[in-house]
Design a protein. Structure first.
Length: 446
């Protein structure tokens, strides 16, 4: 019977691309790539409907029952809160300073940095850690990769960076006969806490689903399920905006949360932080995870972001942009490349089916994965135009030739011969980035 709950919430908002990006002059400042009026409207709505109310409930639960929680906040959200809704940031900072909330580290940009470059991944995590320290005076000792993406290699990196705990998904295919309700250890002895996705998704996705056979989900029913779960702990992981934004206040979601805390207290269930788990749980077990897992979709892998051709093309272009920015030593450019690393841009391009795709569509501000893709292409084009304008075509080509690129781009840069089947794809890439290469036509004629 579980008596320890780790209640984790993610706070993140991306910088959404400008829906008129196609029509902008390539001479516009790079900052104009983003629709900050839309970003402000969305953030202001979520701040009032969700963030503020949830943070107040956490404060009250700590006051009434001594409960403690964990929250991860991205740098992109902190930047927006500072500009438009600083009162929300103030509430969170006070909760962390008072010990009500344990901060959790992650990539500053909620990005795909780990898939691009380990050094970049480490740097973005360090950026977020420094930001949290600057705001609260507390250094996170628990970490998670974007969208709970994890493998033993991610665990190794976090362990080498000095973190004690990593949060990730309890994926059945890697657990086998084991359950996510125990404490596990990964590379270097780092503690692994696994999200119980069924109990999490009962709140995060099914709470308002009238066709669900357990609808309506009441607080006492949910706590009874927690009580009936075998193991040492349950980790519930949710986006904070689940409360009030995805599930509107009229659905009863805030009353559910308030009464869930009360019923849990009456059942002698404790809400603890990730760093406290070791002192509450008597034993741990080794767990090897040799594939990349995540908390997204039914596949629980990286296919939510790089699962179709549009996503792969965009990811390869992002890889190229990142390498170019590093080779050119352009920190201003690197900032905007990182903003294009934000995982949401790729999430919007998903073309899956059924309930998982419904979730992708819900979050997509452009209403179409194809629209998301074409906007991303315009953003890539804009950054490449900036490179040529600032650094010159010759230097950009020289740097391109010196870096390792995805096979299609590498062949084009080196002027290799292409089969006719490859020419159309390569010529499209060349047209897209608008950098002259004298070998392109020659190679395609051979």
């Amino acid at each position: 019977m579980v008596k320890n709950i780790v209640f984790f919430m993610e706070m993140h908002q991306p910088r959404r691309l400008n829906r008129l990006l196609h029509y902008q002059s390539p001479m516009e400042p790079l900052e104009m790539m983003f629709d900050d009026e839309l970003n402000r409207i969305i953030l202001s709505r979520i701040a009032v409907k969700s963030y503020g109310k949830v943070l107040d409930l956490l404060r009250q639960a700590n006051k009434d029952y001594g409960y403690r929680f964990s929250v991860s906040i991205t740098g992109t959200l902190v930047e927006q809160l500072r500009k438009w809704e600083p009162w929300v940031l103030g509430k969170l900072v006070e909760l962390i300073k008072d010990g009500v909330v344990e901060p959790v580290a992650e990539t500053y940009y909620h990005s795909l940095a780990y898939l691009i470059d380990e050094g970049e991944f480490r740097e973005q995590v360090t950026m977020q850690v420094r930001l949290v320290e600057e705001l609260t005076g507390r250094r996170p000792i628990t970490a998670q990769n974007t969208e709970f993406m994890y493998s033993d290699d991610v665990g190794r990196v976090f362990s080498e960076m000095g973190f004690r705990v990593v949060l990730t998904e309890g994926v059945e295919r890697v657990l086998g006969f084991r359950q996510p309700t125990y404490l596990y250890r990964g590379p270097g002895g780092i503690m692994l806490l696994l999200r119980h996705y069924r109990l999490s998704d009962d709140v995060g996705f099914r709470f308002t689903n009238r066709s669900w056979d357990q609808y309506p989900l009441t607080a006492d029913k949910y706590v009874a399920w927690l009580n009936a779960t075998s193991g040492d702990l349950v980790m519930i992981g949710l986006d904070m905006e689940t409360f009030g934004e995805h599930m509107p206040e009229e659905s009863g979601i805030f009353e559910f949360l308030r009464w869930m805390f009360r019923h849990a207290h009456e059942s002698n269930i404790s809400f603890i932080t990730p760093s406290e788990v070791e002192s509450h749980v008597p034993s741990s077990y080794e767990l090897n995870i040799n594939e990349l897992i995540s908390w997204a979709d039914v596949e629980k892998d990286a296919s939510a972001w790089i699962g179709n051709e549009m996503q792969w093309v965009s990811f390869n272009q992002l890889h190229m942009l990142y390498r170019l920015a590093r080779e050119l030593g352009d920190e201003y450019l690197l900032r905007y490349v990182r903003l294009l690393m934000v995982s949401d841009h790729f999430y919007y391009m998903s073309t899956k089916h059924g309930a998982p795709q419904d979730v992708h569509n819900y979050f997509n501000p452009y209403y179409s994965p194809y629209r998301a893709y074409t906007l991303y292409q315009s953003a890539v084009h804009r950054l490449l135009n900036y490179m040529v304008k600032v650094h010159g075509n010759a230097l950009v080509m020289k740097r391109l030739a010196s870096i390792k690129l995805p096979s299609e781009l590498a062949a084009w840069v080196k002027g290799e011969s292409f089969s006719k089947a490859n020419c159309q794809s390569v010529q499209y890439t060349a047209r897209l980035i608008t950098i002259n290469h004298p070998e392109l036509s020659k190679g395609c004629l051979q």
